[in-house]
Design a protein around this ligand. Structure first.
Ligand SMILES: NC(=O)c1ccc[n+]([C@@H]2O[C@H](COP(=O)([O-])OP(=O)(O)OC[C@H]3O[C@@H](n4cnc5c(N)ncnc54)[C@H](O)[C@@H]3O)[C@@H](O)[C@H]2O)c1
Length: 314
């Protein structure tokens, strides 16, 4: 199983480390704009193999070497300015960055599942889907998976139940308009109610990414763990359910959009969408998320054509 990580910064290098520790895949390629950083990380990780259970070929190289991969994880990004208050601030530059890498990656890796981590992740997932010309089932954005994990972790503290035993999704935009699905949140069949305490926890989750960013200037461990979980699910064709960002034609009456919905994930990417019965509050929040992401897509992806090419190019 051949995996490429494009962007060997904080998130990319942490994801590579997680994959090596877990022995996921047998070939790992790191690509970075500053090639020496990718080579340095690859060498450091090769030295880690002595402490790991499985051998792996690990290399740093140019974008052109990412060929015939099964999985391509994209963390390449324009630098985040100090004091950034919205992921949308990265959008314009990252759309240009994607225009320069996605068409070649898609051409050289037509069977790969692409995992988009670069922010603003919902717009970037849509951008990658359009630029690649690949089926949307092969392009998954990490979306609200990490938010949902943070939600379960904080609920777990409040309820004194292991996070693995809690079912609780956050759906919608990876951003201020994400929303918790309390109507289906449960532990051992008991509902986790939409109480003021649980709402407070959700509000804490909503701010958590920026709080980590305020404290250390970036986030890496939780997001790398989330991406590693996605990769493990693909590598082992596990058919796990999780919230991921994906371009869809119609989900719960919302047409032609791209944000996190609950999906089943396996070796080929997204296998199917799940359709929970949402209550009226959740439907309202879903519609708000949809309007926001749609507006973000329309403003940033003007001129980035459907199915494949940048309009007017190639
Ligand atoms: N979706 C999420 O939940 C989530 C969480 C954390 C971070 N992120 C996003 O992930 C991205 C990466 O974050 P980071 O902290 O690792 O940033 P970073 O600046 O540490 O790393 C980005 C790397 O991309 C490289 N790069 C830039 N252009 C490139 C190109 N054309 N080809 C190859 N590499 C290129 C840079 O050299 C840099 O090493 C950001 O957009 C960030 O906002 C998303």
């Amino acid at each position: 199983m051949k995996i490429a990580i494009i962007g060997a910064g904080h998130v990319g290098s942490s994801l590579a480390y997680a994959l090596v520790l877990k022995g996921l895949g047998n070939y790992l390629l790191l690509v970075n704009r500053d090639a020496t950083k990718a080579l340095g990380n690859a060498l450091d990780l090769q030295h880690t193999l002595a402490f790991c259970e499985r051998p792996m070929q690990i290399e740093g190289g140019p974008l052109e070497e990412a060929v015939g991969c099964d999985i391509v994880a994209i963390t390449a990004s324009t630098p985040m300015a100090k004091g950034m208050t919205s992921r949308m601030e990265l959008g314009k530059a990252n759309v240009e960055l994607f225009k320069s890498i996605i068409p070649m990656l898609a051409e050289n890796n037509p069977e790969a599942v692409f995992i988009i981590i670069t922010n603003p992740v919902d717009v970037m997932t849509c951008c990658a889907t359009r630029l690649s010309g690949l089926p949307s089932s092969q392009i998954v954005g990490i979306g609200t998976l990490v938010d949902s994990a943070r939600f379960r972790t904080l609920l777990s503290k409040a309820e004194q139940i292991h996070p693995d035993d809690l079912r609780a999704y956050i759906l919608g935009e990876h951003g201020p308009n994400q929303f918790p699905v309390f109507s289906h949140a449960s532990a051992g069949g008991e509902l986790i109610t939409d109480s003021p305490r649980h709402r407070e926890i959700f509000e804490e989750v909503n701010k958590a990414g920026f709080e980590v960013y305020r404290l250390k200037g970036y986030t890496n461990f939780a997001i790398a763990s989330a991406a590693c979980e996605v990769i493990r699910t693909i590598v082992h064709d596990e058919h796990r359910t999780m919230p991921l960002s994906t371009c869809f034609d119609d989900w719960q009456g919302i047409k032609d959009n791209c944000f996190s919905i609950p999906v089943v994930l396996g070796r080929s990417g997204i296998i199917r969408y799940l359709q929970p019965d949402l209550n009226s509050l959740e439907i309202e929040a879903l519609e708000q998320s949809a309007r926001t992401v749609r507006a973000n897509i329309d403003s940033l992806l003007l001129g980035v054509g459907e199915r494949g090419k940048v309009k007017g190019e190639r």
